[in-house]
Design a binder for this molecule. Structure first.
Ligand code: GLA
Length: 387
C-alpha cells in the first residue's frame, strides 16, 4: 500500500520529496454500545484496515488535501489560518478540525501541508472512518511538530474536534479504540475515568465478520443526539432519588429499584439499556477472559435485542442482518455495532462456516431489503503507525 499511495501523492502534488506515509486503523466495538456517553464500559478493538496518509509539511500556510476515496473532489485547498468548518470543505473538515483542536489547546500548528488519504474502511460503514482520519491527523501533527502528546491525548483531541468543530456529539470510544489499538487485543475501557485494560481476543478458531448494511446515511446524527438527551434527562430524574454521577454507576438491581423516578416509559427503556448494557459488557469481558466464548456470544446477542427493543437504534436493515446471522450454523454471537441506524453488524463465526455465513446472510438480506450487503472478515490491529 505504501508504494501505491506514494505514487498517487507524486501524481497529485508533483513529487513526494519530504513526504512520509502514516496509518491509523478503523475500529469495531465488540460489546458496550451507547454506554460511552453514559459513564459505562465499552469493549472495542482497532482493525488492520484503516486510513493511509501521505503527508508533507509546507513552508507556507497552504493546506492541500486529496482523498483517493473522493477523487471527484480533486485537491481541496484552504489555509491553516482561520480554520472553520465549511460545507464545501467536505471530508477535509475532519483533518482541519484536528488542526483547529491542537491550536485551541495551545499547540502552535502554523504551517501548511500536503496530505493525501486512502482509506480501506468502507465509507460510512460505521467502522469509524472519521475517527480514523482524526487520529491519523493528530499522529501526523505530532510527528511534524514534535509535540509531546500521548496516544490517549490524540484520542481526546480527536473527540474534541469532532464535538466542537464538526458538531457531532460523540463519546470517546471510537477515537480511543483507534489511538490505543493493540494487535489481537480489545480494549476494556471505563469511560467514567478512562481507565482501561487490554484483553486478548482468543476466539478458538472463530473469526470476526463485519456485515455492512449499505444503508444510506439518514437521520443518524440527530437520532444519536436525541438518545443522548433522553439519557441525560433520565439521569437527572434518577438523581432526585439516588446519588449517582452517571447511569454507568447503577447495577441492574439498583436500576429496577429506582426506575420509576423516571417519568416516562420511553426514557425508562433508554436508561435500562444504558445500565444493562454496561453490566453486560463487564460480564462479557469476564467471559472472554475465562475463555467462555459461548457466553460472550450470548451476551452479544442480548446486547442487540436491547439496542433494538429498548434503545431503538437498529432498524429493519440491522435487525434483518442480525436475525439472519443468528439462524446460521457456527455463529457464536451477532449484533449491531457502532451508533446504529444502518452501518454494520459484528458477528463471531466459526472459521469453517464463514463462507456459508456470508452467502446465506447476504442472500437473506438482499431478498428482504432489496439491495446487497458487504462482508469483511477482519483482524485486530495496532494503533497509529509511521512507515
Ligand atoms: C458512535 C459514537 C461513539 C459511541 C457509539 C455507540 O460510534 O461515535 O462515541 O457512542 O456510536 O456506542
Amino acid at each position: 500500500m505504501k508504494k501505491e499511495v506514494l505514487e498517487k501523492f507524486t501524481e497529485v502534488f508533483g513529487d513526494a520529496e519530504g513526504a512520509k506515509v502514516y496509518f491509523a486503523p478503523g475500529r469495531v466495538n465488540l460489546i458496550g454500545e451507547h454506554t460511552d456517553y453514559n459513564g459505562g464500559h465499552v469493549f472495542p478493538c482497532a482493525l488492520t484496515i484503516g486510513t493511509y496518509g501521505v503527508a508533507r509539511k509546507r513552508e507556507d500556510k497552504v493546506l492541500r488535501f486529496y482523498s483517493m476515496n473522493f477523487e471527484e473532489l480533486g485537491v481541496l485547498e484552504s489555509s491553516v489560518e482561520g480554520l472553520k468548518p465549511e460545507k464545501e470543505a467536505d471530508w477535509t473538515n475532519y483533518p482541519k478540525g484536528v488542526m483547529w483542536a491542537f491550536q485551541e489547546k495551545g499547540y502552535s500548528v502554523d504551517c501548511g501541508m500536503d496530505l493525501l488519504l486512502f482509506g480501506n474502511i468502507p465509507n460510512g460503514s460505521g467502522l469509524s472512518s472519521s475517527a480514523s482520519v482524526e487520529v491519523l491527523t493528530g499522529h501526523i501533527l505530532r510527528d511534524f511538530y514534535g509535540f509531546e502528546v500521548s496516544n490517549q491525548d490524540l484520542a481526546l483531541i480527536g473527540q474534541y474536534s469532532e464535538n466542537k468543530f464538526n458538531g457531532v456529539n460523540c463519546g470517546i470510544m471510537d477515537q480511543f479504540a483507534i489511538a490505543m489499538g493493540k494487535k489481537d487485543h480489545a480494549i476494556f475501557l471505563d469511560t467514567a475515568d478512562l481507565s482501561y485494560q487490554y484483553a486478548p481476543v482468543k476466539l478458538d478458531g472463530a473469526k470476526i465478520v463485519i456485515g455492512c448494511t449499505n444503508k444510506k446515511r439518514g437521520l443518524g446524527d440527530s437520532k444519536y443526539n436525541e438518545r443522548r438527551s433522553e439519557c441525560e434527562t433520565a439521569l437527572a430524574e434518577l438523581q432526585k432519588e439516588v446519588e449517582i454521577k452517571s447511569l454507568g454507576e447503577l447495577t441492574e438491581e439498583q436500576f429496577e429499584e429506582h426506575k420509576l423516578a423516571i417519568q416516562d416509559e420511553v426514557r425508562i427503556r433508554r436508561a435500562k439499556h444504558a445500565v444493562y448494557e454496561n453490566q453486560r459488557t463487564i460480564k462479557a469481558v469476564e467471559a472472554l477472559n475465562n475463555n467462555n466464548i459461548a457466553l460472550f456470544g450470548k451476551l452479544m446477542n442480548e446486547s442487540h435485542v436491547s439496542l433494538s427493543k429498548d434503545y431503538e437504534v437498529t432498524g429493519i436493515e440491522l435487525d434483518t442482518m442480525v436475525e439472519a446471522a443468528w439462524r446460521q450454523e457456527g455463529v457464536i454471537g451477532s449484533r449491531m455495532t457502532g451508533a446504529g441506524f444502518g452501518g454494520c453488524t459484528v458477528s463471531i463465526v466459526e472459521e469453517d462456516k464463514v463462507d456459508n455465513f456470508i452467502s446465506e446472510v447476504g442472500r437473506e438480506y438482499e431478498e428482504k431489503i432489496g439491495y446487497a450487503a458487504d462482508f469483511y472478515v477482519v483482524d485486530i490491529g495496532d494503533g497509529p503507525v509511521t512507515f
